[in-house]
Ligand binder design. Sequence first.
Ligand SMILES: NC(=O)c1ccc[n+]([C@@H]2O[C@H](COP(=O)([O-])OP(=O)(O)OC[C@H]3O[C@@H](n4cnc5c(N)ncnc54)[C@H](OP(=O)(O)O)[C@@H]3O)[C@@H](O)[C@H]2O)c1
Length: 402
Amino acid sequence: MSKSSSAGTPLESLKGAPKSISVLGASGSVGDSALDIIAGSPDRYQVNALSANRNVEKLARAAIASGARFAVVADESCYGDLKQALAGHDIEVGAGSDAVEEAAARPADIVIGAIVGAAGICPTLAALKAGNQVALANKEALVCAGDLVMAEAARLGKPILPVDSEHSAIFQVYERDNRDEISEIVLTASGGPFRTWDKEAIASASIEQALTHPNFSMGSKITIDSASMMNKGLELIEAHHLYGLPSDRLKVVVHPQQIIHGLVAYSDGSLLAQLGAPDMRIPVAHCLAWPERAPANTDRISLVEIAQFTFEAPDSERFPCLRLARLALETGGSLPNILNAANEIAVAAFLAGEIAFGGIARLVEAVMDDFMRRGETGAAGNVSDVLALDQSARAVARGMLR
Ligand SMILES: NC(=O)c1ccc[n+]([C@@H]2O[C@H](COP(=O)([O-])OP(=O)(O)OC[C@H]3O[C@@H](n4cnc5c(N)ncnc54)[C@H](OP(=O)(O)O)[C@@H]3O)[C@@H](O)[C@H]2O)c1
């Protein structure tokens, strides 16, 4: 059930008028970056709709501060609280998954998809189906439903603008006219907090240790994914959908300074890279201004102060999640969706203190094995199949946890 009133929201993309921006996942870490960039350029950007899951207080504060027109919580039980928090303000209120999709579908120049997890699939598709350009941080939408999302973007004729810093870097150095001369794409990885740890120490790492990312402050799910390197695995699948390359032309290089975010190698031996501070506001600013560039109050780097860039090969032995994601990418079909669902359950179980860090990869592998043994990894033809399989893989993972 969705609870929302439905006044129309005119698109204000007339020349010279500010671009209207909706932010799904506005109460999260990427949401913060997006709202900061928007607030820094009120002449360029204006907020349309904002969404959160349950964080009413933060959503209401952001909606009032940004002058949003529509604020939505995914959890229906939070509707009354949000209504109360926004009483006296001219902001429409909605609740429920339908209302999140409505927020995604309201006419906007750009919809930023910054929901975490598979919960972002339907809102991403809703935004595209409504004709809105999507700037996507929610990599899980591409991992689980990449073919469907890319097909909608192609139908719309507007590229998905990647917010993930690696994919944004690649987008910025990807020569569309020379796409046939691209030999490979390289994603850089920080290596996470356990980059130098041995396998046994990683397997028994504490929650606090796993939540300590060396360079970025992010939501807890992606921070744990970074520690296990599942994040880089999900990003390989994301890159496959965004750039259409097979697994053997998608490489990962550990680069602990995280200044070079991604590279594209061309047939003439050139390797083009994008560099910048590890600051998510930079890729967000790139998406919002695209195809132009605009000033943004983001962190800057001094190459002289950094002095050294180092690179290492990733180690799938110590970081088995990377191997599992590669397997899912190469097997294709629904295996990436199954991998993601199992990982979401495993990460939640680790954060709840129910399994050890090493148990994350073990659970993901066991769920993938289970579906492969039963031959239930065929490609999903539509979003209902994607969601059904997601639920079924979660149920198997929960069963194994018990
Ligand atoms: N953080 C980064 O630097 C970064 C970088 C690159 C890519 N990404 C990707 O961006 C996405 C968001 O990451 P994040 O770090 O910003 O996560 P986060 O801080 O945990 O924020 C997640 C957002 O999604 C909302 N949400 C959670 N569950 C939801 C549901 N079931 N339905 C609707 N909304 C829901 C949350 O609302 P509540 O606050 O109410 O729970 C919050 O607004 C992830 O896919 C991540 O992989 C993040």
